[in-house]
Design a protein around this ligand. Sequence first.
Ligand code: SMO
Length: 726
Amino acid sequence: MKTDPTARSGDLGQARLRVEDRALLTGQGRFTDDIRIAGCLHAAFVRSPEAHGRIAAIGTAEATALPGVVRIFTGADLAGLGRTSVNPLMPDIRPLPPEPLATGTVTAVGQPVALVVAETAAGALDAAESVFAEIDPLPPIPSNGEAGSYRAREAWNSPAADVRNAAARATVSLRQPLLAPAALEPRGLIADAAGEPGRLTVWLGSQSPHRAREELAAVLGLDPGAIRVVAPDVGGAFGMKASLYPEDIAVAFAALTLGRCVKWIATRSEDFLAATQGRGQTIDAGLSADSDGTLLHLDAAVRAPLGSWMPYSAVVPARNAGRIMPGPYRVASVDIEATGVETNGAAVGIYRGAGRPEAALAMELLIERLAGALDLPPEDLRRRNFVSAADMPWTTPTGQTLDSGDYRAAYDRAAALLRPEPAERNGLLRGSATIAYIEPSGLGWETARLTLGADGAITAATGSAAQGQGRTTAVQQIVGDGLGVAPDTVGVVHGDSRAPDTAIGALASRSTPIGGSALVAACRDLRRQAEERLGRSIGDRPDWTAIARETGELAADATYSAAGEAWGYGAVGCTVAVDPETGVLTIERLVWVDDAGTVINPILAEGQLLGGIAQGVGEAVLERIVYDADGQLLTGSFMDYGIPRAADMPPVTLERMETPSPANLLGAKGIGEAGAIGAPAAIACAVMAALRPLGVKHLDMPYTPAHIWQAIRDAQTGDGAGAGDR
Ligand code: SMO
């Protein structure tokens, strides 16, 4: 382990237990569904049974007459509302904002077509089943995105390297499954308009309550100041709770129209049908090198399915896959194009990693194949091409600035931890690989507000909302360090659109690098204000109670803009065993070296890595959303969609390096997505190493026993040219 003692002081880096866990683990959490408001009505949605079709009629008469039904809304009732926006991160975007309730046509199974509001949740569900939606079917655009029309596009080109010197070129052709983010807590909200007319309080399971407030205000035609959005305890989000949904708009509209409180909590099936999905990209890529193994040219065509509407962050996965594709390697030139295409299914958006795992998977498989073509060990090919510590900051051919780190050192350590295993034992085929990944943590700003009460109480409000990552614990340590007080004396507020009053939210692994730096800036400002008022230095560990007696209440607001993007990185070694008789895959070992820059709390960092690894393992071996040819969802419950359980976790060895980033005040980099980025690429490379001797050239995830068995069989009988599933 390499640490930089200058990177931490005081409470930074201390392994404190999470202060959130007592409540969360003893059933004392307060999630949206736990919030009971007297007189609150309940909502249920009527959803399209067709993937694509024309609405002929929506019959609500029978349902309206049922006892306890207050009102049934259809698309026509909401026709005057505005539309949500799409973050214009790619130069060429044709936005596809959702209708809160469909009018005219439906474009996905599960799309809301009517909203029933009733006195009870059961009454709303009963009435929803009595609403008759008559829809004339149209041919659907399939979910794999190969046929849909484009909605977003970006290209990254650089003058081509001299590929006449290329000694070898390798290609890959990936068809990645769509995934369900599968947060433990489904979506839901309470919209309360029972108070002053035109004012709205919303409790929403959200990563970005401030953005939700802005979007609700724009869509509903209200002043943002008339809306307060609060994210209470949130049971996981993973990108799926980042953007405003049609259901959120419809429920808020119903509350405002009725002047009442309306609550909607999604069922698990509704999350499978209508929450945003992740991944699903098709990537065709090629990589060439000269005879020394110096990488020359990377070309890639990324097709990202977008589903039937575009949430705010819709183009992030396509853009990230393109801009990150060269990974931690020096590649002389690139020709990459990423395209987002419309399909008839749930919206596809950001999901833990959001384009980063897709890029790493393509690049690492290319490296393995290219090494084979050059007759070099793949580890050597990587070592020859890492961006070196001396190169930093390094601008990639896609225009990204890698800020700091020693990729080679992390790689060597991971490779050393993964001791070689015999290739074959007990009839099992073994495969190993050590891969490398990078994890950008975003640009832009975040806010923090610190207050010193007249009694000396310190309260820190952060714009980085919490969904179980342990933000309260981290914020206490950052502010404890910044103000020279014990962490557990710091009160923490997060997830409230009134405190601070502007913010971005918890996305893209940016909460500690950018949100944490905003807290540091606020601490510096509070110290400066105190010293100014007192006319003297207050020292490293001041007595804030005594200061408050002299100064009275103080408040420091900070909006911190990152100086650059901080890039976490790491290396992962993986050994797998495949039983060729049954196709059963065992991940025998994962060894991991991650550099997230300054670490605030190693327990939190480890938790983030392990959680991301679990989701990455799920992606590699279990998870796949399936729509049939008619666009019907075949994986609508956990009976049909596998997520990893504790017993599916392989043994994991974690080590850490700590190279502070020059890009922000804390020197922190992202870690929330690292596990989900590195695990699928490492497992895929190890699986391919195990299967290659049998003649299997490529196999797409998930590596289920049936999938592996079929690939082995096809390779042995010559069917499908060893392509496995194609
Ligand atoms: S996938 Mo993240 O919540 O930016």
